[in-house]
Structure formats: structure tokens, C-alpha cells
Ligand binder design. Structure first.
Ligand SMILES: [Fe+2]
Length: 363
């Protein structure tokens, strides 16, 4: 519950996230960006630290990671980060699955970073392409048939993924559901093999079920629990000219303790003095994952496939030189051309050994 008390002490710009006059804008906020907040105007860069101990940001290039499924058709994705609410995985599958799969511990929300292909599901086949979100309800049986080697960022949430409450924007938030691709049922014929493996992915697993008939044999379906894809090109970005809006306006889907956002190309804030780069913060209540799909920030390229983790309580933010550049180039750019996928989690995430080994050590 927000408080009516909102104080102002010492040197503070009149506008939020604007006219800093050399000070550093650092937000100490509860509940992500929606709760009680203090904006601290500091003289030093709060990200200029040396760290010891396990709580530190990590940055890794997913193109340098080799999940089993990249080289072996029978292989699995690689775990990147996890907590009790979610598991974040990387798949770089190049060949079609010789088995079917069923994630029985939670819903799957998959971002297609690279590659196109087909996902056969119990609801029918779905084509996928870069920029797609693919949603697969918990315990759905499916199989990936890629056209070529690709890269998927996979988020498994223990509780259901749902669309966030729309609030005042009503059906305009967070996206037009009529633009989701919904599969048409297609009962698959037997391809002549003796049995079909359905691999159940779960804690302590896997377990395999073997069927003598094709497991994707659904002739029809009805209801409100189904697979779909939604491409980020169809996502409506909410903007303001006078203030850089918080990440919560880009919330796409959420599960208990897991919030998924799309930061997409948009018109940059245009009122002079407005900060266009997100302010410093220390994620008081959330760990943050940022996955860089493509694009640039005011002419500075962003490395595609970079995945960054900022643990709660530790400051992060764009480097000071990027902020100075954004102010200096204010009149040169009128758009932000980034495409970043973000996952915020209420509980601390544990990085996998593979992520720690691939950490670029930028901090
Ligand atoms: Fe952040």
C-alpha cells in the first residue's frame, strides 16, 4: 500500500529522472517499481565498486554456451539460473527431437532469439520465428522440429503464467490477444515406429513414458488453457515524452514470483532535460535478468545474445559514460532501438556453474 507521505530533502531536481545537474539518480524502491520509493541524488557512481562474495552481477554470451541439445538430438537445454519459482534455460537445438517432451514442473514461456521451425503440440502445430514468445502450458506434450540451429531462452515457472491485470489501459494492456497465433488441432498419424517416447522433465528426473500410438493424437480441443505464440513485433509499447517510464509498463506475462517484460524499440523521451537511460537502482525486492536480443542504444550496439544477471540489493545501471553520451546526443536520436527481454524474480536466483564459468567479469 502506497503512503501519502512523500518528502523532499536537500538538493533534488524538480522533475523525476530529469535535470540532474551532475548528480546521480539512484532509486531505492520497494515492490519493483510500484511500491514505496526513495530517489537518492548522489555525487558518486553507485555502480563503481569492487565486489567480493557471491552477490555480484554476471554477464555471459549465450553464443559461447553449448547446451547438450546443440550437438546431440537427444540432448537437453542448459540450466542458466534457478530458484523455487522458476528455471531459466538455454536451448540451441539444431536437429528435430527424436522424442516428445513434457515439462511437468511448470508452464514454459520461451523466447525465440534465433532460428525458425515448427513445434508440434497436442493443440496442433505452431510455426516459430525470431522474436516469438512461445507459451506451452504445464505438462503439455510437444516436440521441436527446427528448420535450422536456433537459440531459445526458456523460462519455466512453477506457478501459472498469466497476463498481468490490465488496470486503466484495459484491453490495450499488455497486448492485443487477437494477435496471438493459436494452433489448429491436427491428430498426427503413426510414422511406423514401435513406440513413442514422451520424456517428462521434472525435479529428480527425467522419466520417460512409452506409447505405442502417436502421443499427438488430438482431433479437437476447446477451453482456455492452450499453447500459443506471440511475436514482439506486435507488442504495443507504452511511452511518455517527459519521463522514462519504469519497466513495469512493459510487463508481458507473470507467474508467482516471476515477471517477464519486453523492452522494445520506441520513441525516446523528447522533453529537454529528461533522462533517457534507466536510473541507477539496486533491485531491492527483485533479481533481474536481461537478455539482449538485438539493437542499439543511441548508436552504441548491444551484444546480441548477452544475458546479464543483477542480484537484488546490488547496484546496477548503464555505465555513467553511456548516460553522458545519451545527454550529449539528445538531439541526434529520437528513438531507442533496443530489444531486450527481462525477467524479474522475487526470490534470489542461483547462477549455474556454466554461467559462472562463462561470466565476462564486467564487474
Ligand atoms: Fe534493473
Amino acid at each position: 500500500m502506497e503512503s501519502f507521505v512523500h518528502l523532499r530533502k536537500g538538493v533534488t531536481p524538480r522533475r523525476l529522472h530529469a535535470d540532474l545537474d551532475g548528480l546521480k539518480d539512484d532509486e531505492l524502491g520497494r515492490g519493483g517499481f510500484t511500491g514505496r520509493t526513495a530517489n537518492l541524488y548522489r555525487t558518486g557512481d553507485p555502480t563503481a565498486y569492487r565486489s567480493e562474495g557471491p552477490l555480484r552481477p554476471t554477464d555471459a554470451l549465450t553464443s559461447a554456451l553449448a547446451p547438450e541439445d546443440q550437438s546431440a538430438a537427444t540432448g537437453s537445454p542448459m540450466l542458466l539460473y534457478s530458484n523455487v519459482d522458476c528455471r531459466i534455460m538455454l536451448s540451441r537445438r539444431a536437429e528435430q527431437m527424436p522424442f516428445f517432451v513434457r515439462y511437468v514442473d511448470g508452464d514454459l514461456l520461451i523466447f525465440v532469439h534465433a532460428g525458425s521451425g515448427l513445434v508440434e503440440t497436442e493443440f496442433g502445430p505452431l510455426r516459430y520465428r525470431p522474436g516469438d514468445w512461445l507459451y506451452l502450458p504445464k505438462a503439455t506434450t510437444w516436440r521441436q522440429v527446427p528448420d535450422e540451429a536456433g537459440t531459445w531462452l526458456m523460462i519455466q515457472a512453477t506457478e501459472e503464467f498469466r497476463v498481468p491485470p490490465a488496470g486503466q489501459i484495459g484491453r490495450h494492456f499488455p497486448f492485443d490477444p487477437a494477435q496471438a497465433e493459436i494452433p489448429e488441432p491436427q491428430a498426427m498419424e503413426s510414422d511406423g515406429r514401435d513406440e513413442y517416447e514422451v520424456r517428462l522433465i521434472h525435479e529428480g528426473g527425467p522419466t520417460s513414458l512409452f506409447y505405442q500410438h502417436h502421443p499427438l493424437d488430438v482431433a479437437g480441443w476447446r477451453g482456455d488453457n492452450f499453447a500459443f505464440t506471440f511475436n514482439i513485433a506486435d507488442y504495443n509499447v507504452i511511452t511518455s515524452d517527459s519521463v522514462h517510464l519504469p519497466p513495469t509498463v512493459h510487463l508481458f506475462m507473470q507467474a508467482a514470483g516471476v515477471y517477464v517484460m519486453n523492452f522494445l524499440p520506441k520513441r525516446a523521451e523528447s522533453v529537454p532535460g529528461t533522462e533517457r537511460v534507466p536510473w541507477y537502482h539496486r533491485n531491492v525486492d527483485y533479481d533481474e535478468i536481461a537478455f539482449f536480443h538485438e539493437g542499439s542504444l543511441f548508436g552504441a550496439p548491444m551484444p546480441p545474445g548477452l544475458i546479464s544477471h543483477a542480484p537484488q540489493g546490488v547496484h546496477h545501471g548503464a555505465p555513467e559514460k553511456a548516460r553522458e553520451r545519451a545527454r550529449r546526443k539528445f538531439d541526434d536520436y529520437d528513438r531507442i532501438e533496443w530489444t531486450v527481454i527481462a525477467v524479474d524474480t522475487r526470490r534470489r536466483l542461483t547462477p549455474s556453474p556454466e554461467i559462472l564459468a562463462a561470466d565476462l567479469g564486467q564487474h
